[in-house]
Design a protein around this ligand. Structure first.
Ligand code: MLT
Length: 409
């Protein structure tokens, strides 16, 4: 008998975005003529930068000729990409990261999901609430939690509520934990952490022998010079933090797939005898066993993001999305909504009007304004009564969505 992994049965609902997709499809079946504007999933709409397209063409051409054809690449990623990442994303900011600490992958979602595999099933995990669902669901799947209780919290997980009162920043857990997932700029709230805030986390991790799993997928959206782009800008982070980065939201790779994870050689966990074990070797073992690398043309495209033309084109795209964020933020604020985020992040987090639940507001927004957003409660119980709008849309759609919300709600 093929027994299933019963931990999957603990998962409380379908994954958030497919669930939204199902509801929108059902709505469109009832209202086939409705022109629905999607500000739900954070999926980019601007084309890849021309410098990336040029590099992709070059990569494809090289696959067409026997002399330049490439088969399996290095599982960890081509040196040319890992080197430019280490230099431009880290060393240029005065941060020590070497190319062999960078692992190129096909997405931060997979990296954030997979990292927990190299830690013991008894590891105690802390997550923010609300949270990007992948961190939590993958720990449920792995059997690191009990069942979900009436409030929607899984037993055994340490939740760090992020409320309006705390500026949507998580407090340090009262008890010691082993793994802490942090995401800044935050998905879904758009909150950012200053260096002082991150320094408190690094100090917590040292004190409790914990590891910080730091998701910086949205770092390119930071405009405030006081906000660090990497956790490694904090002294001591190299011993306690693993960082996730992505080309998805930075350079439009959501469909093209390329990301990376930094595992410093200094980060260690403990084995059953209490001996220190470097995590780098374990991640390398996992990555090379379960992954065969990102396609060569895609890595060439990702490297082009760091060329002078690529950098300037990426900056233009980010400005485009951040202007969308401004339009949503200011448009809704002037219509009386309470809005957060959207300043150093492409997400606007708003309080649902009249105390509506997040899903009720989702339904109202869809039926009246034909606008799709993401219910805050889908990110955790503390997201109840909030709603997320994404700034990744086409400008005219964003403008129309704001206008419809202002006039039809
Ligand atoms: C989101 O909308 O939260 C993101 O697009 C999800 C993701 O990056 O996987």
């Amino acid at each position: 008998m093929a027994r299933i992994n019963s931990h999957y049965l603990k998962l409380t609902a379908g994954y958030l975005f497919p669930e939204i997709g199902r509801r929108v499809t059902a709505f469109l079946q009832r209202h086939p003529d409705a022109r629905v504007l999607r500000l739900g999933i954070g999926d980019v709409t601007r084309p890849l930068p021309p410098a990336v397209i040029e590099a992709l063409h070059e990569g494809v051409e090289s696959m067409a000729r026997a002399q330049t054809f490439r088969g399996y690449g290095p599982e960890q990623g081509y040196e040319f990409l890992r080197e430019v990442i280490a230099e431009q994303d880290y060393r240029s900011r005065g941060v020590k990261v070497t190319a062999d600490e960078v692992f190129v992958s096909d997405g931060s979602k997979c990296d954030c999901a997979n990292i927990q595999e190299i830690f013991d099933v008894r590891a105690r995990v802390a997550v923010a609430d609300p949270v990007y669902p992948v961190y939590l669901d993958t720990n449920v799947m792995a059997g690191r939690t009990g069942r979900s209780n009436a409030e929607g919290h899984y037993e055994g997980v340490v939740y760090m509520p992020c409320t309006e009162a705390s500026g949507f920043l998580p407090d340090l857990p009262a008890e010691p934990v082993d793994l802490v997932y942090l995401c800044f700029p935050n998905n879904p709230t758009g909150a950012v952490a200053t260096k002082e805030v991150l320094a408190r986390w690094v100090e917590y991790a040292h004190r409790n022998d914990a590891i910080l799993l730091y998701d910086a997928a949205y770092e390119a959206y930071i405009s405030d010079p006081r906000v660090p782009h990497s956790i490694y800008e904090v002294d001591g982070a190299r011993q306690v933090a693993i960082e996730f980065r992505s080309f998805s939201k930075t350079a439009g790779f959501t469909g093209t797939r390329c990301a990376f994870i930094v595992v410093p050689r200094d980060v260690t966990g403990k084995d059953d005898q209490g001996n220190r074990v470097p995590v780098h070797g374990l991640w390398s073992r996992r990555h090379s066993t379960k992954f065969n690398g990102v396609a060569y043309p895609i890595q060439l495209g990702a490297a082009a993001v760091y060329s002078p033309e690529g950098k300037s084109q990426v900056r233009d795209t980010i400005s485009y999305y951040m202007e969308n964020a401004r339009l949503i933020r200011e448009g809704l604020a002037s219509a009386g909504f309470k809005v957060f985020g959207g300043l150093n992040a492409p997400y606007i987090w708003l309080k649902t009007p009249g105390g509506a639940t997040s899903w009720d507001f989702f339904d109202t927004l869809l039926s009246r304004a034909k606008v799709v957003g993401t219910p805050g409660s889908g990110f955790g119980p503390s997201g109840e009564g909030y709603f997320r709008l994404s700034a990744f849309g086409e400008r005219s759609n964003v403008q129309e969505a704001v206008e419809r919300i202002r006039t039809q709600l």
